[in-house]
Design a protein around this ligand. Structure first.
Ligand code: CMP
Length: 137
């Protein structure tokens, strides 16, 4: 069993894709361990995306991710990290296959609907940033 952190970004929330995305993960068989709607602070955004701090797109990324509500969740299941990333599709929607979340719903890399942890270390760090232990059921 593995846990991963997933976030529906402000564009996904604004466009009413929350139910559709949650349904895909539930139907696949992942267990929902944590779930919350929140508006990310500047500080949390900078911590969450710390690895991109020196990239040219960092200021735009932080501005976007703090621009409106997001849905944060923790999913549990076999190979959850890799399986969720498969279901999300490639980071750049132009490379994401139809049938994946980004392939079906996103057109630009800046507003690509969803984020999922890339590695077990990222998952652990991101889950701890967004959830207190008692919020994981
Ligand atoms: P995400 O999986 O949330 O991780 C970092 C995000 O930065 C990524 O999805 C993209 O939405 C965003 N981003 C914007 N520009 C780029 C870029 N040139 N390369 C990678 N990620 C980018």
């Amino acid at each position: 069993m593995e846990r991963t952190f997933v976030m529906i970004k402000p564009d996904g929330f604004r466009r009413g894709l929350v139910g559709e995305i949650l349904a895909r993960f539930e139907k696949k068989g992942f267990r929902l361990v944590g779930l919350k709607l929140l508006k990310i602070s500047q500080d949390l955004a900078e911590k969450h995306y710390a690895e991109h701090r020196d990239k040219p797109f960092f200021p735009g990324l932080v501005a976007f991710i703090t621009s409106g509500p997001v849905v944060a969740m923790v999913l549990e299941g076999p190979n959850a990290i890799a399986e969720v990333r498969k279901m999300m599709g490639a980071t750049h929607p132009k490379d994401a296959l139809p049938g994946t979340i980004r392939g079906d719903y996103a057109t630009t890399i800046d507003e690509n609907v969803i984020h999922g942890s890339a590695t077990p270390e990222d998952a652990q760090r991101e889950i701890a940033l967004f959830f207190r232990p008692e919020e994981l059921l």
